[in-house]
Design a protein around this ligand. Structure first.
Ligand SMILES: CC(C)(COP(=O)(O)OP(=O)(O)OC[C@H]1O[C@@H](n2cnc3c(N)ncnc32)[C@H](O)[C@@H]1OP(=O)(O)O)[C@@H](O)C(=O)NCCC(=O)NCCS
Length: 125
């Protein structure tokens, strides 16, 4: 996951220690697609959130497959809502989430360090 994260997010790579620390936390789980992709979730009571999602190679259905499997896993674990935030300019991710029925719930101006706004989205499970 650390290797993939570095490939997907070279500007902010998370190393193995970062992942190890994350997985120490209650409610954190993830899926790894051997074709090249990862998704991490955080579940607290009946509310889940997407921590991060990334794939290499892109546009081969890996993101959709990971999200579908992850949403099912969160549903089975008792989540009734799932939340995420995504850069407003990240149309690939926004389209992916919209395809699953996620709806925009808000906009956080200049949320990211590069000045990009964050769109907040949620989906009832
Ligand atoms: C967002 C991301 C995970 C999508 O994964 P992917 O495996 O490339 O996407 P898929 O091939 O499964 O595509 C599923 C749907 O997502 C949308 N989508 C994916 N890439 C897209 C693009 N470049 N432009 C527009 N829509 C796109 C489409 O709706 C697509 O369905 P379609 O192929 O039937 O049109 C991937 O682009 C990625 O890793 N991006 C960098 C990291 C990132 O932005 N993570 C999300 C942070 S919140």
């Amino acid at each position: 996951m650390a290797a993939l994260h570095g490939a997907v997010f070279p500007e902010d790579p998370w190393d193995e220690a970062n992942f190890a620390a994350l997985f120490q936390q209650n409610g954190v789980s993830g899926l790894l697609d051997p074709r090249g992709g990862f998704v991490l979730f955080w579940l607290v009571a009946d509310e889940a959130s997407v921590i991060t999602l990334g794939v290499v190679p892109k546009r081969q259905g890996i993101g959709r497959a990971l999200l579908a499997a992850g949403l099912q896993q969160m549903r089975e674990a008792g989540a009734v809502m799932i939340y995420l935030e995504v850069a407003a300019t990240n149309m690939a991710a926004r389209k992916l989430y919209e395809g699953f029925g996620f709806q925009q719930t808000g906009l956080r101006k200049k949320y990211y360090t590069d000045g990009d706004d964050a769109v907040t989205m949620s989906l009832g499970l």
